[in-house]
Design a binder for this molecule. Structure first.
Ligand code: CTP
Length: 440
């Protein structure tokens, strides 16, 4: 077991001084209010693993909201509190946040009655958690600062690189832990313990995951797809028979797996090329995972998982559109038919970045993949040099015609028929002017 001194040193060495000061101040406020304060959960796990994690989670033995208020008063922070859960978020002026929970639970025995307050201990709070590696806590109060609490073998499991539940009903109580187990296993390079895997498989077999509700399953899936490399986690989901909760027809064939690996390449390609341009990589993975499902099945998944409306268009309509475009491009390539840049533009422009990247990952040939990447790099942001003001200056009466002219100019530019502003002016004159003046 790590000694207080060693934990304090880890904190000093692994965390920015800013966080160190916050932790010490949390202890000071705990001393002042005479309640015990602990850093807990993933923050402690990652500290011991020497992995960066600045999401500070605090548990207070006593009234967490009163604690957060006092801390905020002293440090000039804001708080957002949830009376019902006894939790608060401390928000520093620069946006840095600390989550505070209480071991004190308030509940109402009947509606309108005064709340019954139950003071629990930190040990009970930790016992309610998902895996032993998440049950470690560090005491922050002055005299105890740096003391590591390890009631359930968390340190041993960190050393053994094992994801283990605390008790046999863990997955039954909260089946989303099935996904969390896989996520931690793959992210940390751990292994789900033998007994834990057995419990996990039983929970899956007995259909507990179905009881969770689509929206929560979707949420867990998205978190997995947002991991730095979600491919092995999805493979593990397939191995543990979890993909069928998304859709009965969903299986991870070698072909899909390959697409999936390709997705990770195109996402990184896009990231490097367009730093700062937002792209939701998880959507690209999701599109690749479901590539072999038809539109009905995809709509089924969206309904089942209560996928938010803002993604449904991309996952259903755009996906269908992309699929038929991809087929056309492949057919043309096979026949040796050239696709003009302006055509490519017209086909691909309506599609979201994520859908285009999924298309690239799914392209059957390098040529087609290159056509799509060419669209990204050379066509997508092209626009004519002339604008409405220039057309006005040329004496063309404003009206719907402007749109047509600008569209022609765009096509000419895409296909390389105009380069300079003068080229564009010449084209407009040639097409839209009679000898005397503008065509009407
Ligand atoms: N927790 C749990 N069961 C869940 C979700 C969370 O027991 N279904 C517990 C875990 O012990 C976890 C803590 O609540 O340590 C905080 O949850 P979360 O922030 O999701 O976990 P982290 O461990 O911080 O994970 P991450 O590193 O991915 O943020």
């Amino acid at each position: 077991t790590l000694k207080k001194r060693q934990v304090a040193r880890l904190i000093r060495e692994q965390l920015p001084s800013r966080v160190l000061e916050v932790l010490q101040e949390l202890g000071v406020v705990g001393d002042a209010l005479q309640c015990e304060v602990f850093a807990v959960g993933g923050f402690v796990r990652d500290l011991l693993l020497r992995q960066p994690n600045l999401d500070v989670d605090i548990v207070v033995e006593g009234d967490g909201i009163a604690f957060a208020s006092e801390f905020a008063r002293r440090q000039g922070c804001r708080i957002r509190s949830h009376q019902k859960f006894g939790t608060a978020v401390i928000i520093f002026p620069d946006g840095f946040k600390v989550d505070v929970a209480s071991t004190r639970m308030e509940y109402y025995l009947e509606p309108g009655a005064l709340p019954t307050v139950e003071d629990a201990s930190i040990k009970l709070d930790l016992y309610r958690r998902d895996f032993t590696i998440n049950t470690l806590a560090i005491a922050l109060n002055g005299p105890r600062y740096g003391e590591l609490l390890d009631f359930f073998g968390g340190q041993r499991d960190l050393e053994e690189k094992a994801v283990r539940v605390l008790h046999n009903l863990s997955f039954v109580e909260d089946p989303t832990r099935v996904f969390r187990a896989i996520r931690f296993e793959q992210r940390l390079g751990f292994r789900i313990g033998v007994h834990t895997e057995h419990l996990l498989r039983s929970a899956v077999r007995m259909g507990f995951v179905d009881k969770v509700g689509g929206a929560r399953v979707f949420n867990e899936l998205v978190i997995i797809l947002k991991e730095a490399n979600p491919v092995p986690a999805v493979a593990r989901m397939a191995e543990l028979q979890l993909l069928k909760y998304l859709h009965p027809a969903l299986v991870l064939t070698p072909r899909i797996r390959q697409r999936f690996e390709e997705a990770s390449r195109v996402i990184h390609w896009h990231e490097l090329l367009y730093t700062g341009e937002p792209c939701q990589g998880w959507l690209v993975y999701f599109l690749c995972l479901t590539v072999e499902l038809d539109k009905d099945a995809m709509e089924g998944i969206c309904r089942r998982l209560a996928v938010p409306a803002r993604y449904v268009g991309m996952l259903c309509e755009q996906r269908a559109e992309a699929r038929s475009r991809l087929q056309s491009l492949e057919r043309r390539r096979a026949r040796g038919t050239r696709t003009k840049a302006s055509e490519l533009y017209q086909w691909l422009k309506p599609l979201a970045t994520e859908v285009l990247l999924a298309m690239m990952a799914q392209a059957g040939t390098d040529e087609v993949r290159q056509q799509i990447s060419h669209f990204f790099t050379h066509l997508r942001n092209v626009s004519p040099l002339l604008d409405g003001n220039d057309l006005l200056a040329l004496g063309i009466p404003p009206g719907p015609q402007y749109k047509v002219i600008l569209h022609h100019l765009l096509q000419a530019r895409l296909d390389g028929r105009v380069l300079t502003r003068d080229d564009e002016l010449a084209l407009v004159r040639k097409r839209y002017f009679n000898r005397g003046g503008p065509k009407t």
